[in-house]
Design a protein around this ligand. Structure first.
Ligand code: GLN
Length: 285
């Protein structure tokens, strides 16, 4: 049998990914190309230029092995070990939540509160891959960015991302504010777990492979958000801002928690999908 061409292999993989994972053709094709480019160590453009080339047997086998893992549900980002966030490539492993596009809103909002020249102190809680902390440190070199993470294996990924991307961040191991006794910040950001523990969403798709501790937070998903909002006033400068990502239906509850702690200027902001995704306020002066 003649060796299949690059195009034939990608076509077959696209069809199987579409069927198995319910992806539309565009998404399935993108995934097939991402996996092929990764496993063959080529740029995506190479696949187009060489689409009529035959694929050698061992290359086809390596591709099939990776494809089988994707067909069994493993997220593409864990298979390739990378995910883009805020215009940069972050290393990810199953120890960290895969960076989401909606979390870029958290970075945008923090940046509007960080004047480029000011040496503001910024805190990122539950940093995971470090994508938020590293993005803020690189966008605002004058800011002093601190990031906290409980999971040692996640913290190692974050440190590695910062070193590779050249970001200067203070990394602390611990549970939320625990390692920050008495310290205050100008801005606190966080993307804590916020999914309800019994949400059926946790049993479907990519999230099944992500760290449960980074996703679920009590019966209504608000346990950690409530705790962070209650503790934040002890760690903010007067007038300092708190910005928290939350679930699609939690904006009102989060704003009520902020109001109960005497935050002012409380608001919610919508992500690209039009969902209220981040809420925050300022600590009264
Ligand atoms: N946005 C994620 C999801 O719905 C949850 C992330 C989180 O809990 N911080 O899968």
């Amino acid at each position: 049998m003649p060796a299949p061409t690059v195009a034939a292999l990608l076509d077959a993989a696209t069809a199987r990914l579409g069927d198995a994972l319910g992806l539309d053709r565009r998404e399935a094709r993108l995934e097939a190309k991402t996996l092929a480019a990764h496993v063959w160590r080529v740029a995506p453009a190479w696949l187009i230029v060489h689409d009529r080339d035959p694929v050698e047997a061992d290359q086809a086998t390596r591709f099939d092995t990776l494809l089988a893992r994707r067909l069994a549900g493993e997220p593409v980002a864990y298979l390739t070990g990378v995910r883009e966030f805020y215009g940069r490539s972050f290393h990810v492993t199953p120890a960290v939540l895969i960076p989401r596009p909606e979390t870029e809103l958290l970075v945008d909002l923090a940046l509007t509160r960080l004047p480029p020249e000011a040496p503001h102190a910024v805190l990122d809680l539950g940093t995971g891959s470090g994508c938020v902390a590293v993005s803020l440190a690189l966008e605002r070199p004058n800011a002093r960015v601190t990031a906290v993470e409980r999971a040692a294996d996640a913290l190692a990924v974050a440190r590695e991302n910062a070193a590779r991307l050249g970001a200067s961040v203070e990394w602390l191991a611990g549970d939320w504010f625990e390692p920050l006794d008495g310290r205050r910040f100008d801005i606190i950001v966080g993307n804590p777990p916020y999914v309800a523990a019994n949400d059926p969403h946790l049993a479907r798709g990519d999230v099944r492979f992500e760290p449960p501790d980074a996703l679920a937070s009590g019966t209504d998903g608000l346990d950690d958000l409530r705790r962070l909002i209650a503790c934040a006033p002890h760690h903010l400068q007067p007038g300092g801002s708190l910005l928290l990502e939350h679930g699609y239906d939690q904006a009102e509850a989060v704003r009520a928690c902020l109001a109960a702690q005497a935050f002012t200027g409380i608001a919610s902001w919508t992500d690209l999908a039009g969902i209220a995704r981040v809420s925050g306020g300022k600590l009264s002066k």
